[in-house]
Design a protein around this ligand. Structure first.
Ligand code: SF4
Length: 434
C-alpha cells in the first residue's frame, strides 16, 4: 500500500520508491543519492500514479540528459494508430518523453492510448487542449474550464503538464513597453496572453496555482513551468520579459515544493551562443536547482530547414552547462508540421547534443560507447561500429553505397588509409600503397 502521494513526498519521508530504484540502476547512482536529489527537487521522476506501464526516468542536471519529442493528432494527421506508430518509433530511437500536442478532434482517446501503452514520460499542454476539448473560442472559456482540463489530463495518467503560470497582467505592459522583435512565440503562452487581453482577467494558471497544486499532488503530475516569454529570435534573448518571468517561475517553484509537487522549469528559445551558459546558471540559482527543460536553444535565426542543427548546437552547450532535458527541434521548425523523416532527424540531432553534453559533464559511463567505437574503428570491426552508432542504419547505408575495394579501409582514402598504415607499421608489416 502506497503511503505517499508524490515521489517528492516519499523522498522527503525517507522512502525509496520503485521508481527511484529504477532510476538509480539506470544512472549508476545509489538509491539513496536519487532519493536525496528528488527530496531537494533537483531530480524529478515524472510518473503519474495512473501511468502504470511507464519505464521511469529521472530528469536532473547531474543525470543523463533526456530528450522529448512532440507528436499528436492534428487535422492533417488524425489516425490514432499511425500517430501511435510514430510515438513508438520515437521511443525506440531514444526519446524518453513524448509531449502530446494533439490539436484536432476528441483528444482523450489518443491521450489514454499513450498512457496505457507507451513507456515514455507523457507530457501535455492543457491550455491548447482546452479550446479543442470544449470546442469553444478562447475568450468564452473560464478559469474553471482550464483547471478542469488539467484535472482531466491528470486523471488520464499524464506525467507532466506545461503550464504558463509565469506571465501575469503585468507582462502585458512589459511586452508593450519593451518592444520585442518577436513578442511571444510560445503557443501556450500566446493563448494565455490572448485570453488575459480579451477577458481583462488575471492568468488563471497563476491565480489558481494552489488549486492546480492540489490536482498535481493527488496524481503526482510534475509541473513543467512554461516560459511564455522565451525569446523567439536572438535579439530578444535574455531580455527583461524573459528574466522577469523566470523570477516568477522561481517563486512558483518554491510554492510547488511546499506541497511536495515536482517541478521542471522551461527555458529558451533562441539565444546567441555566448549567453547560453550564463542563462543556465541564472536559472539554476533563481529556481534553486529545479531541472531546466530547454527548447533549443537555437543559436542562429537564419537556417530554416536546418534548425535541428542550430538547436543541437545550443542544446549541447545548454546541457553541458546545466540543462537537464532537451525538447527536440526538427528541420521543419518554423516551416511546417514535421514528417516522419523530419522527426527522425530531430531525434538524432537532439540525441547527439545530449550525448555530447553528458560526456562533457562526466555522467557515469557516458563515454563507454565512444571508447568502444575507437577500438572498433582501429580494428575495422564494422559490426561493432554499427552497434556503437546512434543511427546505425544511415551509417551502414553510406558505407555500403560506396563500398571500398578492401574491408580494411573505406572509400574515403582507400589504400592511403591512415588506420590501415598504422596497424601494419606497428605490426612490422609491409605497407602496399600502389
Ligand atoms: S580510409 Fe580514411 S576515413 Fe576511411 S577508415 Fe581509413 S583513415 Fe578513416
Amino acid at each position: 500500500m502506497r503511503n505517499y502521494t508524490t515521489q517528492m513526498e516519499a523522498a522527503r519521508k525517507g522512502i525509496i520508491t520503485p521508481e527511484m530504484k529504477a532510476v538509480a540502476a539506470k544512472e549508476y547512482r545509489t538509491e539513496e543519492e536519487i532519493r536525496e536529489l528528488v527530496a531537494k527537487g533537483q531530480v524529478v521522476i515524472c510518473a503519474n500514479k495512473l501511468h502504470t506501464c511507464i519505464d521511469p526516468n529521472g530528469v536532473g542536471s547531474m543525470l543523463r540528459t533526456k530528450i522529448n519529442v512532440n507528436l499528436g493528432v492534428s487535422r492533417d494527421c488524425k489516425d490514432y494508430d499511425i500517430e501511435m506508430q510514430k510515438v513508438m518509433a520515437a521511443v525506440n530511437m531514444g526519446a524518453e518523453a513524448i509531449m502530446d500536442l494533439s490539436s484536432h478532434g476528441n483528444t482523450q482517446p489518443f491521450r489514454r492510448k499513450l498512457t496505457s501503452e507507451c513507456p515514455a514520460m507523457i507530457g501535455t499542454v492543457p491550455v491548447y487542449d482546452s479550446v479543442i476539448h470544449y470546442q469553444r473560442d478562447l475568450a468564452t472559456l473560464t478559469a474553471k474550464d482550464f483547471i478542469d482540463v488539467i484535472r482531466l489530463h491528470a486523471e488520464d495518467g499524464v506525467d507532466f503538464v506545461t503550464l504558463h503560470c509565469g506571465i501575469t497582467r503585468k507582462t502585458i505592459e512589459q511586452i508593450k513597453k519593451h518592444k520585442r522583435k518577436m513578442n511571444i512565440v510560445s503557443r501556450g503562452g500566446s493563448l494565455v496572453f490572448a485570453w488575459m487581453s480579451m477577458t481583462g482577467e488575471e492568468n488563471p494558471f497563476y491565480e489558481y496555482f494552489d488549486e492546480i497544486l492540489e490536482i498535481c499532488r493527488e496524481y503526482d503530475v510534475t509541473i513543467s513551468l512554461g516560459d511564455a516569454c522565451r525569446p523567439g529570435c536572438l535579439a530578444d534573448g535574455s531580455d527583461v520579459c524573459q528574466i522577469e518571468e523566470l523570477v516568477r517561475l522561481g517563486e512558483l517553484t518554491k510554492r510547488a515544493w511546499e506541497k511536495d509537487v515536482q517541478v521542471m522549469v522551461e527555458g529558451p528559445g533562441h539565444m546567441p551562443m555566448d549567453q547560453i551558459a550564463a542563462n543556465m546558471k541564472i536559472q539554476q540559482t533563481i529556481c534553486m536547482g529545479a531541472p531546466f527543460y530547454v527548447l533549443g536553444p537555437i543559436v542562429t535565426d537564419i537556417a530554416p530547414g536546418y534548425d535541428h542543427i542550430t538547436a543541437a548546437i545550443g542544446g549541447a552547450i545548454a546541457a553541458a552547462s546545466g540543462a537537464a532535458f532537451l525538447c527536440y527541434v526538427t528541420p521543419a521548425e518554423h516551416l511546417a508540421l514535421p514528417n516522419v523523416d523530419d522527426v527522425k532527424q530531430g531525434i538524432i540531432a537532439s540525441r547527439i547534443a545530449a550525448h555530447a553534453a553528458d560526456i562533457a559533464k562526466k555522467v557515469p559511463h557516458a563515454r563507454d560507447l565512444d571508447d568502444a567505437m575507437g577500438d572498433a574503428r582501429r580494428t575495422f570491426d564494422w559490426e561493432k561500429q554499427w552497434e556503437c552508432s546512434i543511427d546505425p542504419e544511415t551509417a551502414k547505408q553510406i558505407r555500403n553505397d560506396r563500398a571500398p575495394e578492401h574491408e580494411d579501409s573505406c572509400s574515403m582514402c582507400g589504400k592511403f588509409c591512415a588506420v590501415r598504415s598504422m596497424n601494419k607499421a606497428l605490426n612490422g608489416e609491409y605497407i602496399d600503397i600502389l
